[in-house]
Design a binder for this molecule. Sequence first.
Ligand code: ATP
Ligand code: MG
Length: 457
Amino acid sequence: MNTLSKNTLGKKIIIILSICQIIFLASIVTVGFYFFNYTLQDQLDKRVAAFSSQFESSIKTALISRDLATLRSVGMHAINLPDITEFNIFLSNQLIISEKSNKARPKNKLTITKNVTSSGINLGAIVYSMSLDSISANKKNIYSTLSMICLLELIFASILAYILGRYVNKRSNYIIDGMQKYATGETDFKFSYITDDEFGIIASAFNLMTSRLNENTKRLEELRLQNIHSNKMAALGEMAASIAHEINNPLTIILGTTSSMTQSLPLEFKDKEIVEKSIVRIQNTAKRIAKIISALKTFSRNAEDDPFEDVEINKILEDSLTLCSERFVFNKIDLKLIIQTEKNVLVHCSATQLSQVFLNLLSNSFDAIEHMEDKWVIINVSVNKDRLLIKFTDCGKGIPDNLIDKIMEPFFTTKQVGKGTGIGLSISKNIIDNHNGLFYYEKASVNTCFVVELPIH
Ligand SMILES: Nc1ncnc2c1ncn2[C@@H]1O[C@H](COP(=O)(O)OP(=O)(O)OP(=O)(O)O)[C@@H](O)[C@H]1O
Ligand SMILES: [Mg+2]
């Protein structure tokens, strides 16, 4: 799986919000700049218009009557007005009043000329200068306040964008980390912290999805296992059936021939007793072969769909032992069945399936101890309240601690390739679970011991 790139969503949020902020602030600054400029210019125009008409009306009569004293007093009054730095009155084209203020020289000034007319005749003009310094100072103040507000807004918005980005990052990283854990094999991983936002919805959907996936995977694994087991059993069944078919004829011939041999022995034959004993041995051995073949046929049938029946547990155990006791005797393994129950206990089960479990366990013990000295296997059957306990103990010294949790897993084997597939114990556990029983390795035992617990009525 590709590694999901982290942090990108948070970074994108921070970048997008910052760009939006910058565009927004640039728009505010531009609009504000034009708005204040326009307002200040408008105020200036109105002021100029008000001054001009005030001056014009106050000097008009004095210009007509050439009243210099009044003109001079208007000039003195005008020069004292705020922002007026120069004030001149022209009579026709001749300068007759010129006032200059002793205020500091303005950095910026505006010079206005206003002609004074009466009935269409030009009487003269007023020329005055106004300082624009206070307006410039006002503009400066407004711009610096505006910039300060924008800067604060930018800082505040950046902090908010950062916090939001961090939050989104944290939540998305939590989801990404969880998904990566699952993807890298931690299949029992679940989100424990579920928020009530979209991340929470994703987390709980993920939990639901993975638990369904896990259930399906488990089910598939079980089916696969059952399939392998059924194939193995089917192959063994076919083989057993054909062997039985091949062997039955010679066995019938042996049994028939031996009984006619007994009958045709002459009465006065001196070793008659010895020969008769040998014939009985031959007959018993042939019968035993027939029994093994029939047990093998039963054992290897596909018993998945068998109906459960009440069967004596001793019978199932004895049948299972018939199949393998010869192998144990041949390898000098002492195989004991100790029954500690009072009467023969009935178990509601599939006898074939249980015998498959018992033979799996015996076969595991055989493999584990075959090269030891003083080899033994004990099967102990007892009853504890409403449970039947069947313990399979062999002379092995137990399973190493680090393997105990693994041995029941499907396909776990320590045997060499070709010898073990690792499905014996997991199939056995499955079968016993289906019988509402328990199947476990007994850690407390000094020797290797597996326990089958089955309910009894
Ligand atoms: N009696 C035992 N003594 C020691 N180890 C055992 C015993 N029974 C089982 N084990 C260990 O458990 C492993 C799993 O056993 P299991 O029966 O599931 O598979 P297997 O015997 O290896 O293969 P299969 O049964 O499919 O032929 C074995 O490989 C072995 O390491
Ligand atoms: Mg096995």
